[in-house]
Write a protein that binds this ligand. Structure first.
Ligand SMILES: [Zn+2]
Length: 212
């Protein structure tokens, strides 16, 4: 957890300005602090709405610019759906390379939130260690409200950067993580019949072009 110290060159100003916890680790804007101290595993549900409505960075809480980065794993990339609003690309890169919950999948698996909103429906499926910054120009997505909560539907990206266990992913790691996610989705959709599987295969194919 002390990988934040010393701060690397180029740390975004918004992240530098964040309050720190007792260990000196910046507390992302979205983190729930309602218990008197930050719980990094739990999202402050009010920030979900506020961040999206006011077009603020999910990580530093400052105003967005032209480009946004949605932090999504391969399952979300294939499904074009995520539970978390976007961040500044530079803030997302800091999170993807230094946040223990994103860069260490074993840790993420243990991180069961106790209260508040679960930080992303894909947490349990990130065990390949592959995550991405899904870079969009403009808002890049829209909020949808299915029966069980609130999600964001992702539009076609401007670019996709893949990360594996806290570093830029190798082509092999991207392929392995993507194939693992596709396999899990095929398994899950099998019970929904051939039409659902056809639809899934189209989504998988559409995502393939963003693998390199
Ligand atoms: Zn930011």
């Amino acid at each position: 957890m002390d990988r934040f110290s010393p701060f690397p060159e180029g740390m975004p100003e918004g992240v530098r300005a964040l309050p720190r916890d007792a260990r000196g680790i910046p507390i992302p804007w979205f983190v729930d602090c309602s218990g008197g101290r930050p719980d990094f595993r739990v999202v402050d549900g009010r920030k979900l709405i506020e961040g999206w409505d006011r077009d603020l960075c999910w990580i530093c809480g400052r105003q967005m610019f032209a480009f946004r980065a949605w932090i999504v794993g391969p399952v979300s990339a294939i499904n074009r759906c995520t539970a978390e609003p976007p961040a500044h690309p530079d803030c997302a890169r800091v999170a993807l390379t230094q946040c223990p919950f994103l860069s260490d999948p074993e840790r993420a698996r243990d991180a069961t939130p106790q209260t508040g909103v679960r930080p992303g429906g894909e947490l349990m499926m990130r065990n390949s260690g592959l995550t991405s910054a899904w870079i969009t120009k403009g808002r890049g997505g829209e909020m949808v409200t299915p029966g069980n909560g609130m999600l964001f539907r992702l539009f076609e990206p401007h670019a996709v950067e893949w990360y594996h266990r806290g570093a830029v992913a190798s082509a092999e790691a991207v392929r392995a993580g993507f194939d693992d996610a596709a396999g899990r989705l095929r398994e899950a959709d099998r019970r929904h019949g051939p039409a659902a599987l056809d639809n899934l295969e189209r989504r998988i194919t559409a995502c393939e072009k963003w693998l390199v």
